[in-house]
Design a protein around this ligand. Structure first.
Ligand SMILES: [Zn+2]
Ligand SMILES: [Zn+2]
Length: 174
């Protein structure tokens, strides 16, 4: 997902490039995650406007049961981007005042869309990701995954949600 924008920078304002994305990028857990969709780059007065609509499948680890799971998200982005070096002069570019959060290109005018995507996804991922809302986590005694097997430990209902579940199960048996 590296797009060289050097040629587009030489074109007139409003010129565009469209990129289809069906690619992998380094995700928040440093594995290879997938993204599909499109990226459109528009030449602006000072640099570029980058628009994208992407679906991502990101591998995460559940903070409760430690199992891997996939988080699907849809991202819509519209960001400004500026070359760090003016390709006409080879000098550092005088950037316009408001460049906070803007995407900077490297000195070859290459847009690293994988890195942009990684930053976007990191802001989407919860601090404590869960494989599912009702994840039962690991048994505090034997460490077995309570979603998969019921161990014989006598840990008891440490979590109030367990109590509700036990009640529900006994009701059904009556
Ligand atoms: Zn889980
Ligand atoms: Zn156990």
């Amino acid at each position: 997902m590296h797009y060289n924008l050097a040629q587009l920078f030489r074109e007139s304002i409003g010129s565009t490039r469209d990129y289809e994305v069906d690619d992998s990028f380094v995700g928040p857990e440093d594995g290879l995650d997938r993204a599909q969709g499109w990226v459109r780059v528009i030449r602006t007065h000072e640099g570029f406007l980058i628009r994208a609509e992407l679906e991502t499948q990101v591998s995460l680890t559940c903070s409760r049961c430690l199992s891997p799971f996939e988080l699907h998200s849809e991202l819509t982005m519209e960001e400004e981007s500026f070359p760090s070096i003016n390709p006409m002069t080879g000098r550092m570019q005088d950037l316009p005042g408001e460049t906070d959060g803007a995407i900077l290109l490297d000195d070859q005018q290459v847009l690293d869309m994988g890195e942009v995507l990684r930053q976007y996804v990191i802001t989407e991922v919860p601090i404590k990701p869960l494989c599912c809302e009702k994840c039962l986590g690991l048994c505090p005694e034997c460490g077995s995954n309570q979603n998969k097997e019921k161990c014989k430990c006598n840990a008891g209902p440490a979590d109030p949600r367990w109590g509700a579940l036990v009640e529900l199960l006994t009701e059904k048996q009556d």
